[in-house]
Write a protein that binds this ligand. Structure first.
Ligand SMILES: NC(=O)c1ccc[n+]([C@@H]2O[C@H](COP(=O)([O-])OP(=O)(O)OC[C@H]3O[C@@H](n4cnc5c(N)ncnc54)[C@H](OP(=O)(O)O)[C@@H]3O)[C@@H](O)[C@H]2O)c1
Length: 240
């Protein structure tokens, strides 16, 4: 797909990987409408020429408010990028169940609700795309982030089924699987991290190339290991 002139709705476009996706898509001539929660970050993106909408996607009312705020604007590309992690490890003090619900909603239910609401307008476009940002942890979970991993595995499964349902329609359905990327989400992780600019570049390359998956960086290797031995991939990922 040529993104020049396309209208993109990008959730979580005010920081991290989303902010880099916004910048690179804008540089290629796309019109980016991005969402986030933090007013200062949104104002900074607006000053850089982006259309911005405040949206809390951790519940259904927040998603519905975003759809209402969009009005009848046409959308060519929907990128479900907003997401968050929560620690959820029953070996520690019992985890916060409400925090788990919020994570599951934002990472899994919100993308499904947004796709459901916006599919009619995507179907009116000559060519369209839906990109769901999951994670390498959607392929095999680590130990400590059980709820986060479950949310991303759920979104991966949903994305595969949606791709089958939309086969034959001019809507690309792409799953983007980042590795560990250097953003606020991973600020407490002392390990090697990919710059968000490179992660965004690889996701956009997958979109432009019409690929079904953007296996970014080390996730390519994880995918290959998993296809040979799911048990080996799971045992490697348990340590992260
Ligand atoms: N970083 C990694 O290593 C990594 C690896 C694999 C997958 N991913 C996935 O990549 C995506 C982007 O992650 P990132 O690292 O760029 O994260 P980030 O730097 O923390 O940015 C997250 C973005 O999502 C928004 N957001 C978070 N929770 C939200 C909520 N409940 N409602 C609405 N907006 C919300 C944030 O807006 P505010 O700042 O205004 O809240 C921000 O714009 C996520 O889906 C994440 O799971 C990240």
């Amino acid at each position: 797909m040529d993104v020049n002139g396309k209208v993109v709705l990008l959730t979580g476009g005010s920081a991290g990987i989303g902010r880099e996706l916004a910048r690179q898509l804008q540089a290629k001539g796309a019109h980016v409408i991005l969402t986030g929660r933090d007013p200062e970050r949104l104002a900074a993106m607006e000053a850089d020429g982006f259309a911005v909408l405040a949206a809390d996607l951790s519940n259904a009312a927040g998603v519905d408010a975003l759809v209402a705020a969009l009005g009848d604007r046409p959308i060519d590309i929907l990128i479900n990028n907003a997401g968050l992690g929560v620690p959820h490890d029953v070996r520690d003090a019992l985890p916060d169940a409400d925090a788990a619900d919020g994570c599951l909603y934002a990472n899994l239910s919100a993308p499904i609700r947004l796709i459901t609401a916006l599919l009619p307008r995507l179907r009116t476009r000559h060519e369209a795309a839906i990109i769901n940002v999951t994670s390498g942890l959607a392929i095999a979970p680590n130990t400590a982030s059980s709820v986060y991993c479950a949310s991303k595995a759920g979104l991966r499964s949903y994305t595969m089924a949606l791709r089958s349902q939309l086969a034959g329609e001019p809507i690309q359905v792409i799953e983007a699987l980042p590795p560990m990327v250097d953003t606020q989400m991973t600020a407490d992780r002392d390990t090697s991290k990919m710059p968000p600019q490179e992660c965004a570049r690889q996701i956009i390359t997958a979109l432009e190339g019409g690929r079904a998956e953007a296996n970014v960086g080390m996730v390519k290797l994880l995918r290959a290991v998993y296809s040979l031995s799911p048990a080996l991939a799971r045992s490697v990922m348990r340590r992260f």
